[in-house]
Each structure stands twice: as structure tokens, then as C-alpha cells.
Design a binder for this molecule. Sequence first.
Ligand code: NI
Length: 186
Amino acid sequence: MILPVYAYGSPVLRKVATDIAKDYKGLSELTENMFETMKAADGVGLAAPQVGLPIRIFVMDARAYAENDPSLVNFRKVFINAHILERGGEEELIEEGCLSVPNIHEDILRPGKIRIKYVDENFTPVDEWYEGMVARIIQHEYDHLDGIMFPDLVNPLKKTLLRSKLRDISKGKVAVKYKMIFPLKK
Ligand code: NI
């Protein structure tokens, strides 16, 4: 089932999300719905707060990047109870976008490598380092779990320039092909 995506300005996107228990009701259905929602919106990552749930889950599909990095050929994963433990490597400037912030793309500076612990769909604990595009997508999705959105990370001048566009998104004054919930729509 495709879920509506909460737009910039929605209070749920500003909460610090919490870990869930193994018996969380409807977990496998939720993750499948998140994958379906992400795919329908042509996204590469989607975090639970973006579908209205302040819990520490995100899904990712990085298979589109396999052309540049063959190790990603099967990269379709769910990260549950995710916690970044370390960040390192060279900082990289990469353009980001977000399904909650349609039609805005900005270069964002982030560390090139991260170490993250999480549990997979079977609640098996994982502790791994990632780099490249995957590390980038993880950091973006992970920020959603801490109530951080990528426009927060641009410089103050850019932020001022973005302000009215972000306001329009919150009001639903934006052309978007997937279903969204706009917090300030009248
Ligand atoms: Ni996002």
C-alpha cells in the first residue's frame, strides 16, 4: 500500500524517533509499504517519520547506483533501530533531495564514511561501515530519525533564499506526482 508522504513543516518530521520492540505490530507490512511508497515516488530512501511514524526505521534502494559501484547490485535494505556510531573519511559535497521537500536540491557537505548499528528485518544485529553513495543516503535518512532535514544543513544565505519555497511546500503549493500530506494546506 502506498502511504502519503508528510511534507516539510509537519511536526512529526521534527521529532527524535524512538527504537521499536521486536513485536512491533505490523512491522513487515510497514516496511513493505515504505518500499512501495519510496518506489512510487522514485526515491532511493525513505524514513518512517516521512510516513508519519516517529520510529527509527528507514528503507533504502541503492540499486540504481550499481552502474558506478557493482557492490550495490542487490542493495535494497531496511534499517531498524539505527544508530550511527562513528563518522569519518573526507568530507564530500553531494547534491541531495528529499521526498518531503519536493523540487528542491542542494549540495550538502557530509563525512564520506559512517559506522552504523541497526537490526535487520529479522532483528539480527548489524554493525557496519559504509562509504560512497550508500554512506550519503544513510546519513540523509538517519537525519530524519533525529528530526533533521537537509535544508537545515545549507549555509545561512541559502537558507534565507529557500525560506519562501519551503513555506510553499508546507502549504501544498508545489507540483508533485505522489501523494503528500501538507501541514499548512487550507
Ligand atoms: Ni529525506
